[in-house]
Design a protein around this ligand. Sequence first.
Ligand code: FA5
Length: 328
Amino acid sequence: MDLDGIRAEALAAIEAAGDDEALQALRVKYLGRKSDLSAALRELGNLDAKARAEAGARANRVKKAIEEALEARGAALLSQRAGALATREWLDLSLPAEAPRKGHLHPITLVEADLEHLFRGMGYRVVEGPWVEDEFHNFDALNIPASHPSRDDWDTFWLSDGNLLRTHTSPVQIRAMRRFGAPLRAIFPGRVFRNEAVDATHEACFTQIEGLVIDRDIVPGHLFHSIRAILSAILGEEVEARFRPSFFPFTEPSFECDIRRGGRWMELCGMGMVHPKVLEAGGIDPLEWTGFAFGMGIDRLTLMRYGIDDIRWFHGADLRFLEQFGCA
Ligand code: FA5
């Protein structure tokens, strides 16, 4: 084939090549050792000097043209691929990001956090106890032996292994006394469980915050003052609180605190001076140390704080209720 024919055919084929593999095959076909161009170059030796120089120069121009065409087509194919990739995986980094959907704290958690903050400011440490308790910590060590009728006041969820879901946060009193000894100033917030009929002010799973202060010469006045200080910090001064005598096996004397808002009284908190038997069970000498303890219902405090009429809203699935407590 003549050189012009080789060149025309090669350039047309290169222009039509669809990918790198086809281009490589064309490179071999038109520039390889067995190509027509190589054969033509080999034949140059048979020509006389002048014709050889002329034909050699022509052959080299054809070779160069083919090489350039191969390179140009290769570059074109590469930019085609890059263009396709850019279309497929297009990303505009200047667009504003979609804001993530933010959750927020549950109203009970908000009140619990405020309580913890206030108590920490008064020098209390925060201690948590287990939800699954044993009979000893939940009852016996709190001066409630098996035969004692007051055990029936707590409708207990018993577990098959003899343990139970704690019915109040008071068992943590024993754990904390044994762990830290006296003097002690601590709160124990957390979930408690009772197999109880649910209504507007009673849940089967609710949250308490227990407080325990052990020191020398503690008197009920310390207790009343502390409770009033906390309540007015959480609810504001306009809340009325009253203390009345009550009974708990683990405190003597015992009291209950009710609060009133909007004309309605609600029982909020059990409390009293720690019973000597409980101090003993906690490994603390009742002749040397005295103390007060209280157990407050955080769910009820939250009802009062936000003017909510029914405790069942807290664990219902209605997000319209919960979303009112998110920050804007
Ligand atoms: C107790 O649980 C005692 N452990 C409190 C205590 C601690 C007394 C330390 C003395 C010393 P009581 O069962 O009354 O007591 O519960 C305490 C508070 O938890 C109640 O005043 C109330 O605010 C809240 N509470 C009780 N039952 C429920 C319930 N079913 N749903 C929501 N809140 C409840």
